[in-house]
Design a protein around this ligand. Sequence first.
Ligand code: ARG
Length: 597
Amino acid sequence: VHDTGVTGRPVEAPNGVRLDCLAMASLEQLLHDRLAPAFEDVAGAPADPTLRRSQHADFQADGALALARRLGRNPRDIAAEVVSHARLDDLCRSVQISGPGFINLTFSDEALAPLVAEMASHARLGVSRAEDPHTVVIDYSAPNVAKEMHVGHLRSTVIGDAAVRVLDWLGHRVVKANHLGDWGTPFGMLIEHLLDMGESEGAHELSQGDLNGFYKAARIKFDADDSFKERARNRVVALQGGDPQTLRLWRLLVDESEKYFLAVYGRLGVRLTEDDFFGESFYNDMLHSVVEELGRIGLLTESDGAKVVFPRGFTNRDGDPLPVIVQKRDGGFGYGATDLAAIRYRTQELKADRLLYVVGLPQKQHFEMVYEVAREAGWLVAPARAQHVGFGSILGTDGKMLRSRSGDSIRLVELLDEAVSRAAVSVEVKNPELDGATRANVAQMVGIGAIKYADLSNDRLKDYVFDWKRMLNFDGNTAPYLQYARARILSIFRRGSISAPAGAPVILVTEPAERALAIELLAFPSLIEDIAESLEFHRLAGYLYTLASTFTKFYEHCPVLRSEGDVQKSRLTMSDLTARVLAQGLELLGIAAPERM
Ligand code: ARG
């Protein structure tokens, strides 16, 4: 038995490769564990093998180049020396030095097969639960009361939901924090407008989701009518002073908006519920003590009558320090104060060790400054850490910010309705034989899935173009393509009237297309680990797309139903495993996958 450097419980696989049934080592890890000591032997000190996937072999180690520079030697000689020091014969069928000193590594079929078998026999597809679970607070969605959710909130909701799913699946304690915009000066005018309209009338309009209309009407009166403006101002004072009648009206606005937001979440199939609303108002009672504590520590400065903190390392273009405003001149608290209270609450009361903020890139600096203040105040102490999970804008096909035809921000429910009705058309074209109920169900999954996948398959830090045709295409890196790929694998089993082989899996890896599929499948566990850290969901999407395409080639070259015996068992198991990985991957992205479509 060779030491593969894998942690956890070692299992003796048939060919002597050690693997772990709790935490499967990735192929890369297996190679790394063999190469790193060899590099160290040659270097006389630790040196990184620098492994990556390669077109010419399964993996390529580039570390000899850097090491050669360090030692002032020929990189090909270094590579040869490393190879002679490394024990690779039980893992690789070929180890070659190419180009300036790359080490090309190709796994032997005998090494791959038991790893695939191990993955297939594992309910969690080789992905282990975290040994040391973290408490992760995910701040996401966060629309504003009595205001339409815009596409930025859609991005936050979809990305945040994927983060919840991945971290929850890995066994972390996840706290969903929907930081609803439910407090602040606009509530003066909103409450007065509600009174003008009549409570039941206004409530009705809001629960129907006509939030744009309501907010705009209030705004117009506020700008045009001085006496309304006056009433609105007084109302803000009453609200902050805790006047019961005002609080009741405020609560009504919040409740009706929450109902509407919950309806959107239901349509989207995200995990947010009414228990996850921790709006800005939730932190009201903590604001005075935040100011008090910051003052006591000596971080607070007066600036133009306001109380501010200047976090270290933030300046404007002229080099002047930038403030986080904690308390305004009029005594009111701002957005920043609330975020400071929220950090302190999350680390101290919820005992969170990781804070995620899924908010658009324009707020990046705000969060970086707030984190710095929190660190200086001792509210964010390592190993606890905060991460801004930023994202770009959604653009229309004209390359400008996505808007409705009238130029307003798009109403999300309408967008979702359109997705489903467009999907119904494509689904019918693709498979006219589906009965009406199935088609409606599939259209739902395809339409909503397409919108989410279009978002998650793009690098979140970049803007992306919202393009119905592209996202609903059954070809390409889209939700419908992946959903279809998975349904088609299930149909192999239906057509053959067979189920996936039971018992200890038999895996034979011989054909090139089988090898390619094996290598792709085995990349899943470590990818999920990476994504839990980087939250780069487009890499999971890209992986699923490559996996589905690799499966298509496998299916073309390796007959499944027309093969026999162990070959058939192996191919059925690999087909089933591919379908499971696709379904699990989509599930982690929050995308439902129909059994047939
Ligand atoms: N409601 C804010 C907006 O619509 C987003 C809140 C983000 N979360 C936070 N903790 N500040 O822009």
